[in-house]
Design a protein around this ligand. Sequence first.
Ligand SMILES: CC(C)(COP(=O)(O)OP(=O)(O)OC[C@H]1O[C@@H](n2cnc3c(N)ncnc32)[C@H](O)[C@@H]1OP(=O)(O)O)[C@@H](O)C(=O)NCCC(=O)NCCS
Length: 167
Amino acid sequence: MRVSGCDHREVLAVRRAVPADAGGCVAIVRGLPEFFTDDVAGKVAADLKVHPAWVAVNDGGLAGFAVVDRRSARAAAILWMAVAAPLRGGGVGTQLVDRVLRDLAESGVQVVEVKTLDASAGYEPYLATRAFWERRGFVQIDTIDPLPTWPPGNPAAIYVTALATTR
Ligand SMILES: CC(C)(COP(=O)(O)OP(=O)(O)OC[C@H]1O[C@@H](n2cnc3c(N)ncnc32)[C@H](O)[C@@H]1OP(=O)(O)O)[C@@H](O)C(=O)NCCC(=O)NCCS
C-alpha cells in the first residue's frame, strides 16, 4: 500500500534482474523513441543475457533498469540504463544508479564508465541525460567522434566516476 499517493520513491525497490525481466526492459526502451533507435531493443535484450543487470520495481511493475559490463576486476561500464518514460525525473534513476554503484564498489570496482550523446550533437533530449550523470558524480573525460561502434553523427561523451581511489 502506498504511504504517499504521489511519491513512488517510497514503494520503489531495486534488485538484480532475472531473465523474466527482459520483456519489461525492452518495453521501457521502446517507450523512449527520442532516446533509443529501433535497433537498441534487440541489443538490450542480448546484453541482458550475458551481463549483470539491475531493475527498479514499483507497485506498477518495472520502473527502470541498468545493464553493466564488468570490464575488469577494478572497472565497469554501464552499458544501458533507462527509466520508464512516465516516471522520468522522479528519482527512480538516482535510486537505481546508487544501488548499482554501491554493489559494484562492494565487489571491488573502483571506476565506472558511461557513454552518452555528446553536447556537440546539439540534440536536446540528451541534455537531461548528461545532467543526470553529472549530478550523480560522473565527470566527462573525453568526446569521441566517431565512436567505432556507434552510427556516424553521434559524438560520444565519455563519463567516469570513481568509487575508490586508484593510487
Ligand atoms: C537518464 C535517466 C536514466 C535518469 O533517470 P531519472 O529517473 O529520470 O532521473 P532522476 O529523477 O533520478 O534524476 C534526474 C536528475 O537529473 C537532473 N536533470 C534532469 N533534467 C535536467 C535538465 N534538463 N537540466 C538539469 N538537470 C536536469 C535533475 O535535476 C535530477 O538531479 P537531482 O535529483 O540531483 O536534482 C532517465 O531520465 C532516462 O531513462 N532517460 C532516457 C534514456 C537515457 O537517456 N538513458 C541513459 C543513456 S546514457
